[in-house]
Design a protein around this ligand. Structure first.
Ligand code: G6P
Length: 614
């Protein structure tokens, strides 16, 4: 979940001498991946120089102007796993002879064993990281004149675990070498330079044609071309993928934070997500997923994801069960792997991940594949590991999501689940599912969200009340409960507020004991037929001196008269769409509360966007 960047050019280009600055700019575009320390290595006058600093990139930035012109550099922004975020633990790391430096994402599981062996041979280590052993292994192989790429290849034979590695050498100074195993590496090549990164946004200012490495690949980058050797040691032709993301999508575009920008992108994201998927005869076109026959065979669905993707999965459960009557389980990916899940040939595993690289989710997917069950990915990043490894993948088409707190991707994940379940409802001819009515609402949904965003000022005012609460309850019934869970995660992630999330019916079975003066309950009310029950829950909450805020597309008079504040949203005829609308308001509430509390919204403490360690 750290950021990797690398850049190489030559003397005859406009970019000559700008490698360090370019790599720094790339790191800025990757800062969301990890940001407790950062560093850059470059070659100057036949020597490798390293600048690195604990803290935000602004710390490293102070050192950049003092670096000389260089045509080759690699950089890293770290999110600590082994060893505290200190200057010494920051990457890049040197080998024993200071001939080689490396940067690394992932975890080397047998690093202690390697470290002990190398220590016995006289190697000295200066950091607590697992990554430093990689530099030493490569340096050892490279010291006898072996080429850098061959040395990297030999080193990877000794290592066990996940890695995206990028290395440069002063003895082989005209190339960058990158290796990949279970941690993403993308490469871009133009007429004048080549570059490498852990994520596509770092390449977007330079090129949209990228090569996505596969596990076991070792790539060598020269100023305007690359070569790749695959896991069997065979040379392979680089396969370029055209990325249709706009660099503007990866910039703030006038918004104060990526999170706010991404929430405001939601109407457009919904249009992109629907694009080409519903035809003029109201048929949902997802035939590329599974055939009619396969859908007829599926008797159980198992959904797996982490964090926000898990919460989208809960919405999926609602949809699969309510629209299709297919029993559905939802697992946190970290639990799934060790829970001996019951899987059969009639189970479909739906794997949800924005990044497509989350290690726990990837491990869960591998378990599904070992059990030979059908797998369907719902993923944002094209070419990501999960997208590639699933039998079939539906892309949510949300564009790059930079803010750690997921917003537009969540909405698009749920929208894809809605389309998928309606598609299967068409195939299975499910009685009682009003598909034309739903599609009418879905076609207008982007505009509905635009209208919803007009409530932003009301939410900003609400944040002023919410921020002073000692504890926040997030609650609702039916599908609203699932939306409430995601709302609570958002405010926890970015405003660091304590939340108690539960279904409203469960309040009296324990959580109510926490309600007192100073506690606020955020109640969602979209489930019309449960409104009266919800009204009783609200009364119980108020009777304990709790303050009640209600976000509602439907509000019975009983509720309207008893809450302290309510925000009425203009709903649809589909409760699952209304639940999405509530979620978007809760994203805004988290945003404005975090802003009131002066939190670092796009980079919440202790969290990272893409968690590529288990
Ligand atoms: C991290 C992020 C969350 C995200 C989760 C799953 O915990 O902080 O925002 O929901 O990973 O990420 P994925 O890329 O698999 O959706």
């Amino acid at each position: 979940m750290c950021g990797i960047a690398g850049f190489i050019t030559n003397e005859n280009t406009d970019s000559k001498g700008k490698a360090v600055q370019t790599v720094f700019n790339q790191l800025k575009l990757l800062e969301y991946r990890g940001y407790d320390s950062a560093g850059i290595a470059y070659i100057d006058n036949h020597e490798i120089k390293v600048i690195k600093k604990a803290g935000r990139l602004t710390e490293l930035e102070k050192l950049v102007p003092n670096t000389p012109a260089s045509n080759i550099a690699i950089g890293h922004s770290r999110w600590a796993t082994h060893g505290a975020p200190t200057d010494l633990n920051a990457h890049p790391h040197y080998d024993r002879y200071e001939h080689v430096v490396i940067i690394h994402n992932g975890i080397i599981e047998n690093y202690l064993e390697i470290k002990n062996n190398l220590a016995q041979e006289g190697h000295t280590f200066y950091s607590d990281t697992d990554s430093e052993v990689i530099a030493h292994l490569i340096g050892k192989e490279h010291s006898d004149g072996t080429s850098l790429e061959e040395a990297v290849k030999q080193a990877t034979k000794v290592m066990r675990g996940a890695y995206g590695i990028v290395a440069i050498s002063k003895k082989d100074p005209d190339k960058i070498v990158a290796a990949k195993m279970a941690s993403p590496i993308v490469i871009g090549v133009t007429d004048t330079c080549s570059m490498v990164a852990s994520d596509i946004p770092a390449l977007l200012p330079y090129t949209k044609k990228v090569v996505i490495l596969e596990d076991g690949d070792i790539a060598t980058l020269y100023p305007n071309n690359i070569t790749i050797i695959d896991k069997n040691g065979e040379i392979k032709e680089p396969e370029f993928t055209e990325i249709n993301w706009d660099i503007k999508q990866a910039e703030k575009g006038g918004y104060e934070h990526f999170m706010l920008k991404e929430i405001h992108e939601t109407p457009e994201v919904i249009n992109q997500c629907l694009s080409g998927r519903i035809d003029e005869k109201n048929i949902i076109r997802l035939e590329q997923v599974f055939s009619q026959q396969v859908w007829g065979e599926i008797e159980r669905v198992t959904i797996v994801g982490c964090g926000t993707a898990y919460h989208a999965g809960l919405m999926g459960k609602y949809l699969f069960e309510q629209l299709l009557r297919i029993p559905t389980d939802v697992y946190n990916a970290s639990e799934f792997r060790y829970s001996q899940p019951v899987l059969s040939s009639k189970t479909l595993a739906v794997i949800i991940s924005q990044s497509g690289e989350t290690a726990d989710t990837l491990a869960a997917l591998k378990l599904c594949k070992e059990n030979r069950i059908r797998t369907l990915g719902i993923v944002n990043v094209v070419g990501s590991s999960i997208a590639r490894e699933c039998d079939k993948t539906l892309f949510i088409q949300a564009g790059p999501e930079i803010s750690v707190a997921s917003t537009k991707a969540y909405t698009a994940q749920v929208m894809v689940l809605i389309l998928l379940t309606l598609h299967v409802a068409q195939i299975r001819e499910m009685p009682g599912v009003k598909i034309p009515e739903a599609l009418l609402e879905i076609r207008q949904f982007s505009d509905k969200i635009k209208d919803l965003l007009l409530l932003e000022d009301d939410i900003r005012d609400l944040a002023k009340i919410v921020k002073d609460s000692t504890l926040l309850f997030y609650t609702g019934r039916g599908i609203d409960y699932y939306a409430a869970l995601e709302g609570a995660l958002k405010i926890k992630e970015i405003a660091y507020m304590h939340t108690q999330e539960c279904s409203s019916g469960e309040l009296k079975h324990g959580p109510l004991a926490l309600v007192e003066k100073g506690v606020t309950g955020i109640f969602l009310s979209n489930e019309k037929q449960l409104n009266e029950k919800l009204a009783s829950n609200i009364k119980e909450f108020k009777a304990r001196d709790g303050q009640v805020v209600c976000l509602a597309s439907y509000l019975c008079p009983q509720i309207a008269n008893s809450v302290d504040k309510y925000i009425q949203l203009n709903g649809t005829k589909c409760v699952y769409l209304d639940a999405i609308l509530s979620s978007i308001l809760l994203q805004l509430l988290a945003y404005y509360t975090a802003k009131e509390l002066a939190c670092d919204i796009d980079k919440p403490r202790n969290l990272a966007k893409s968690v590529t360690v288990e």
